[in-house]
Structures are given as structure tokens and as C-alpha cells.
Design a protein around this ligand. Structure first.
Ligand SMILES: [Zn+2]
Length: 277
């Protein structure tokens, strides 16, 4: 086969796969639309014009660009939702319900010079549009699908899988302390997380606050992107963003107009980067 024909065959194949995947996403939309919770979320997403695409893993992608507003720079956040193309319709609908919670809530600025690691992780889990709320909504949709499986044509197998995924949530969400605490179960990530916290250049009392919260019990909830419990994934994210912001502040005079370098000094120092305003 000549290379041109081969390329054509590959392109046709890719096209067929894409068309099939997009049709599948339509089915997930339809399913979500038929639940009360999902319908409200989709309406919010439409109002906010949030793009929804297929991809390798379900996630909410937020990119920040700096735009000149008057005489100063401001961050503009662009949000899009990606849905795992390999999943079946029911689980795409649940993932979509989860991601739309993240996507439709205002993003707090991760580059805020005064933002500390503890607040970042706490907000990412317990805050508005955080993981706890996203999982609660995802399982609210799951409950509606299971309860009305005859009308929405959910297979018995899918209903069973939703129950496995959501049973703990349905049982514990009404008990706020048990529910919130379950996000801090770290299992074999406990030591890694403890080390990461102890490595932070923050006050002893701040470290003790963290360590009083985490638990060695087996993790119940983990990030699909990082494959780690949320506190571990969020702390890594914070350290990575902070490195990025501080290294840029080091090298770019422009940054002086975004944030006060003296405010940033403490944030940078917490991850071991010393800057001199
Ligand atoms: Zn999430």
C-alpha cells in the first residue's frame, strides 16, 4: 500500500472514530438532560458558554492568559470541560455532571500572591465548586438515573455500577463532618503527603493543622488526572503553580505590575524560592 493510501485509510478511520465518539457524547447529553440535577447544570453551562469536548480523561481545563486592562494586567480564565472518550454513555453523563460543577463556578485566582497552600487545598476540596460538591452532584445524578432506570433505560449492570460508585456518598453526605473528613483519607499516600507538608517553609502551627486533618484510612476519593487522593494532588498542584509564578516573577519585570512582589515573597518562600522585592 502506498503511503498516500495508507494516510487516507488512517484519516477515514480517525474520522469514523471521531464521529462515533461525538455521537456518544450526544447520548450523554441527552441522558443528563433527562435528570433534574443534570438539566440545571447543562443550562448553567450553556448560559456561560462552556465548551465541552471529548478527550483522554475527564477534567476541567482552565487556562489563564494575561490581558491588559487599562494600565494594568489582569488574568482572564478560559474554561473548557473534557469528557473521557473511552467511557460508556452513563459514566460520561456522571463525569459531565461532576466537571460542570467545577466549570460553572467562578475560579478563584490560583496566582493570587497571598494564596497559601492550606487555603488552596481546602478550597479545592470543600469550597464552592470544589471536589466535595462535584462528587455530591455527580451522585445526585446517579441517584436519579438509578431511581428511574426503567424510564431512562439504564441497564441493570449500569445501575449496579452507579451504586458501587455512589453508595458511600449517598450514605455519608448528610453527615457533614464524616463527609468532609473522608476526602482526607490518604492510605499509602499518608507518608508522602506528610513529607510534602513538612517540606513546606510554613509555620509549625500551619503544619500541625494539616497533620491533624489527614487520615491513614484507605482513600475513598482520588483525582482521575493525578491518580492520587485529592489533598496530595492539590498540594502538588499548588507547589507547581507557585514555582511557576515565582520563577516568572524572578525573571520578568512585567510581573511587578501583576502582583506586589513583597506579597509574593511569602508564597514563594513557602515552597523554598527566595525572591528579593
Ligand atoms: Zn473534580
Amino acid at each position: 500500500m502506498s503511503s498516500r493510501i495508507l494516510l487516507l485509510v488512517i484519516l477515514v478511520f480517525v474520522h469514523i472514530l471521531t464521529a462515533r465518539a461525538e455521537g456518544q457524547l450526544d447520548q450523554a447529553f441527552n441522558l443528563l438532560e433527562q435528570t433534574k440535577t443534570g438539566k440545571e447544570e447543562l443550562a448553567n453551562a450553556r448560559t456561560q458558554k462552556i465548551p465541552i469536548e471529548l478527550g483522554r480523561v475527564s477534567k476541567t481545563d482552565i487556562t489563564a492568559t494575561r490581558a491588559l486592562k487599562g494600565d494594568h494586567f489582569e488574568y482572564v480564565f478560559l474554561t473548557r470541560v473534557i469528557v473521557d472518550q473511552e467511557k460508556g454513555t452513563v459514566f460520561q453523563a456522571l463525569d459531565l455532571a461532576h466537571e460542570l460543577v467545577h466549570a460553572t463556578h467562578e475560579t478563584s485566582n490560583p496566582f493570587d500572591p497571598t494564596l497559601d497552600a492550606a487555603s488552596y487545598v481546602k478550597h479545592g476540596i470543600e469550597g464552592e465548586g470544589g471536589e466535595a460538591e462535584a462528587i455530591r452532584k455527580e451522585c445526585a445524578v446517579g441517584k436519579e438515573l438509578v431511581d428511574s432506570k426503567s424510564t431512562l433505560q439504564i441497564t441493570a449492570e449500569a445501575a449496579q455500577l452507579i451504586k458501587v460508585r455512589c453508595q458511600f456518598v449517598w450514605e455519608s453526605e448528610s453527615n457533614p463532618s464524616r463527609w468532609t473528613q473522608s476526602f482526607y483519607f490518604l492510605g499509602h499516600y499518608y507518608r508522602e503527603f506528610m513529607k510534602n507538608v513538612l517540606d513546606l517553609n510554613v509555620s509549625e502551627s500551619a503544619k500541625q493543622d494539616w497533620l491533624s486533618k489527614i487520615d491513614r484510612k484507605a482513600p475513598i476519593f482520588s483525582s482521575a488526572v493525578a491518580h492520587k487522593p485529592y489533598p496530595v494532588a492539590l498540594l502538588e498542584e499548588y507547589v507547581s503553580i507557585t514555582h511557576d509564578v515565582c520563577n516568572r516573577a524572578h525573571s520578568s519585570a512585567l510581573s511587578r505590575s501583576i502582583a506586589s512582589l513583597s506579597l509574593l515573597k511569602q508564597r514563594c518562600s513557602s515552597v523554598g524560592i527566595e525572591i528579593n522585592p
